[in-house]
Design a protein around this ligand. Structure first.
Ligand code: FAD
Length: 270
């Protein structure tokens, strides 16, 4: 984990206004004045850390268009601080907007139970997925699942995010050893915390990979329990068989070329 984690986001859905009738320039000017007075942050209503862009939030009806920072959710104290900061951000923004012409009836339809955390602790694993492994589509000899997403690092830059698409046909994999903490026996992890460097983690943190690693961890645990074999020593064909029986998509370790997927769409970032 790096010293400064990516900003978190408090997801919401708002309603009660007609975007087409709003004077967004006037709202942005008022918003800017509030930021300069220290009562709002630019990132309360957009990912742009250097300018007022309230239209971004209003246009998306909220959704994931805010950045909560600083974010250090690696322990309970830090996680609590992120939650407090997220709610404070939302409340001050909501109060400001309700005072703007055309937004008097603004209402909250949904507010997430907790902030979405993009980055926190990762394990030191028996193997680590690096940026080069990820962007190069490395097929590990103990690959247990695929992973697929752009490098997607949120930050406090003017645009608030750095994206690097994977080249066409590149579908990286995750090795079993990235789920296993170094020096451990029969201990498994899954999800965003698997062993990976910062940029690789910014991509493999997405839900498909989290679910795939979760399924692998479950299969390894079940087989280790049934056979008495340590999770790292379980024969991979045995692991494959159980994963396939439950419909998992598993890497073709003997394949000479990756699956023929197309290039990634540049439209999505989370
Ligand atoms: C705003 C946002 C939008 C996203 N959108 C998408 C998307 O559209 N598609 C997609 O595929 N991925 C998306 N992602 C990424 C993906 O959803 C997450 O990376 C993924 O769900 C992480 O799963 P996880 O189980 O590893 O961690 P988390 O879902 O973060 O779960 C960790 C759990 O541990 C709990 N916890 C943390 N600290 C403590 C503690 N100290 N004590 C007890 N409990 C604790 C937390 O409350 C949380 O419930 C998004 C992420 C964010 C932040």
């Amino acid at each position: 984990m790096s010293d400064e984690c990516q900003p978190a986001t408090l997801v919401c859905r708002i309603a009660g206004y007609d975007l087409a009738t709003l004077d967004l320039d006037a709202i942005n000017r008022a918003f800017d004045a509030e930021v300069r007075a220290g009562r709002l942050r630019y990132t309360d209503a957009s990912w742009n850390a250097d300018r007022a862009n309230v239209g971004a939030w209003l246009n998306q009806a909220g959704q994931n268009i805010n950045h909560i920072h600083p974010c250090n959710a690696c322990d309970s104290r830090g996680k609590t601080q992120v939650e407090l900061a997220g709610r404070a951000s939302f409340l001050r923004l909501f109060r400001f907007l309700r005072a703007q012409p055309g937004l008097e009836a603004l209402r909250v339809e949904y507010l997430a139970a907790e902030c979405g955390v993009r980055e926190s602790a990762t394990i030191v694993g028996k193997a680590t997925v690096t940026t080069d492994d990820f962007t190069g589509g490395r097929l590990w000899d103990d690959a247990v699942c695929y992973t697929f997403y752009p490098i997607d690092l949120h930050n406090l830059s003017p645009e608030g995010v750095e994206i690097q698409l994977l080249e066409e046909g590149v579908v990286p994999t995750v090795p079993r050893r990235a789920l296993l903490p170094a020096g451990s026996r029969n201990l498994l992890t899954a999800g965003r915390c698997i062993a990976s460097d910062r940029l690789a983690n910014s991509a493999l943190r997405v839900q498909a990979t989290c679910m795939a690693t979760g399924q692998v961890a479950g299969a390894l645990a079940a087989l280790a329990t049934q056979t008495g074999i340590e999770v790292e020593e379980l024969p991979l064909p045995m692991v494959d068989e159980l994963l396939l029986a439950h419909g998992a998509i598993i890497p073709e370790r003997q394949a000479t070329a990756g699956p023929a997927y197309g290039a990634m769409s540049p439209l999505s970032t989370v």
